[in-house]
Each structure stands twice: as structure tokens, then as C-alpha cells.
Design a protein around this ligand. Sequence first.
Ligand code: SAH
Length: 454
Amino acid sequence: MNNYPLKKNQDIEIEITGITTEGSGVGHYDGIAVFVPNTATGDVINCHIIKTKKNYAIGKINHILRAAESRIIPDCDVYSRCGGCVFRHINYTAECEMKKQRVVDAFARLGHIEISPEEIIKSGRENRYRNKAQYPVRLENGKLSIGFFAQNSHRVIDCGDCMLQPKEFGKIVSAFRKWIEKNNISVYNEETHKGLLRHIYIRKAFETNQIMVCAVINGHNLPKKDDLIVSLLKCTDNIASITVNENTNDNNVILGKKCYTIWGSDFIEDILCGVKVRISPLSFYQINRDQAEKLYYKAAEYAELTENDTLLDLYCGAGTIGLSMAKKVKNLIGVEIIPEAIEDAKINAEINGINNAEFICGDAPEAAKILAERGIRPDVIIVDPPRKGCAADLLDTIDNMNPKRLVYISCDPATLARDCAILKEKGYEVQKVTPVDMFPKTSHVETVVKLSKR
Ligand code: SAH
């Protein structure tokens, strides 16, 4: 480390030349990459080095010497402390450009594929687009704190009204706060594993406006529940369901397996691409409903379905993608590993009068192999895997099934590019790519790709 040009606590001047996939700005000082959160490409800053590692350093802004053109004043009081958003200091056009470029770069670097994507589909709402929030409830230095975890930490940043969530969520959190204080309700402590209230969990169906409130507790009984119900119902007329989730586990998983309803319905209902979707506390549902709809419509455009087609929807969750296209095809088969999600998918098919759909609970690579052995040859396959992408043997099976079109939906450009490179080896061509901004102000970007064999 003798020639290392930087020391901890040193102040340096640096130009920010890029943004990492996590949303941090990065510049170079004497060949060493310096990561500085809350900066924008084009910023020239004076920065304080807080950490040095072998190949890189981490700094924080002392002051901005020249602001990037894209820079704006963050509109949230807790922005610099909360771990939720990373792009509140950059305008939305620049944010979307950056996300689109990230997809192009991932394809070039990791897939050696040159792409010219279609325009990124921007989110209609830049704020208040999330339909789900889980607020940890803790005591921080003796003070009741309800909000979000600071980045890489378990310290709760107190924040009643977060701008990513609907306004009503803030009111519901306030009602809980008053109820906790008035009734001396104990709150959870991660170290001692004692205290009752762990999380306040809220979901909203944007199309029907129905709201579900769920108290996640470390125990079996919620005391003073009538008082809580009365206070919650005063927040908004939209509450349709109030439930309790029991989570007595000594780990970081937010929800336990057992839920019961204390007021109203067991579920709320939303409408997505014209399909009714039943949402219960434990079921998976897209966080940004309006963007999910645009994503699904783009996927449908790429799928070019016809009435004699068999459509295979791999990693189908509660079945929403396939169900939104079921009326266009002869058969739909959905595959998903979580049994509860498959139950939801079956219910969603039933309440929509869709009877050409079959849902299979299993591991996607294995289930696809079994389907191939059964002689199923889907005309179109849609895959929407988690961040780690598709397993190599799944890509083999997909190729063996020889679909006319493959639509790949991904939440991670890196694994998407890797998988498209493998598919390219097998003779597939990346024909169209559209990035979709599902999560404004965060670093995430969704992508939908159309592939078919040459
Ligand atoms: N297509 C759905 C869900 C996508 S999220 C939608 O649009 O709503 C990815 C899904 O893949 C999750 O539901 C997850 O439970 C499921 N999953 C994860 N690993 C899996 C595997 N090995 N086999 C099948 N499904 C899996």
C-alpha cells in the first residue's frame, strides 16, 4: 500500500464520471475508483475519504464545486439518511437515461451483444407509486421510531409519510403511533427478541382503492384491537381489510406464516390488464401496478400470441402475466415454486372465468423438463425469473421445446445479458429490448426482451 495515493480522512477534489448499479456516483483519483453516494455524473466535488480499500475508496461530499446539469434539490427530509431512494438529487429524465444506458452497457459488457433498445417506459408517477410498505416499529434511544431502515443497517429512520407510498399510508402509521403511545403497546427489540409489534404492513389496490392493513406481531394476541380498528377506520374510507400476522421467529424475515382477519375482508382486490387479482397479506403482487400493466402489455406485444397458441409462463407468481394473456391463446401453463402463489393463481383464474389455464407448483427447470417429456411444445414462452436469472439447464430445456418466440422479463440487466448470451450461442437472436422504469428514485430497472431463433 506504499504507493497508494489516498488516505482515510483526506479531502480531495474529484469529478464524478459514472454511476454504479447501486446508484452511487464514482470518479477516479490517481487510478483509484472513489465511490461517493448522492452524486451525479458531471459533478465536480470536494470529497472526504471515509474508507480506503485495496482497489477503491469511499468518500462523502464536503461540498459541490460544480453541479451536474441533471442535479436537482432533493425533496425529502430524510433522503441522506434513509436507505430507500438513491436518485432524489437527479432529474427524472436523466435517471431514465441512466437506467436505459445501464441495460445497453450490461448487454455489451456481459453478453457481448450490441442492442438499441426502444425508449424506456417511464413511470406515470415518479412518487407515491408503491402499493406496499412494511414499516419496522422499534425504539431508537428510547424513542418510538416507525419508518425505514437506514442503508446497510438495522437502525430505523423515523418517517411517517414516505413519498414513495400513498398518502393514506402515512395517516395509518400516525394512527398506529397514537395507539401504541396511548395503550403502552410494547414494540419489538431485535436483540432481546422481546416486545410485541414488529412491523406495520400496508397494501393498496390502486385500481379499486382498497387498502389492507396488517399488524405483524411477536405473539398471538393483539391487545386493545377494537381501539386500533376504530382509529384506523378514521384514517380513510378505503380500508377494506385489517389483519394480524403472527411472526414469533427470531430472524429478519418480516412475515410469519399465520394470518387472521380482525376486521373486514381477508383480502383486497385489484385489476391489472383487465384481470381481477386477489391480494392477501402473503401473496406476491407487483409493487408498481401501473408500470406492471405497461410491462405486461409490452410483453404481450412481443409475444405476438394467436388463438391456437400454447403459452408457457415460467416463474409465474400469482399467475398475473399469463392470465392477462389467457384470452388470446388456446392454453396457458404457469409454473411457480411457492405453493401459496400457485393457490392464488388458481383463484385468480377462477374469479376471472378463465378455464384454459393450468398452474404447476415446482422448480421451473425441473417442471419445464417434465413438460417437455410430456411432449408439450409451447408456441411462446415467457420467463420472469428472480435476480439470479435462469438456470443453464432451463435454457437448454427451453431450446429443446423450440418455441416460436421467447419473451424474457428481468429485474437484473446483468443476469439477463448473461442468459441472452447463452441463448445466442443456441441460435437465438435478441430482436427487441425495452427497459421499464418500475421503481423511480431507486437504482432498479426492469427489462423486457423479445428473442427468437434465426
Ligand atoms: N411473473 C410474476 C412473478 C415474478 S417474480 C409477476 O409478474 O407477478 C419471480 C417469481 O419466481 C417469484 O414468484 C418466485 O417465487 C418465483 N421463483 C423463484 N425461484 C423459482 C424456481 N426455481 N422455480 C419456479 N419459480 C421460482
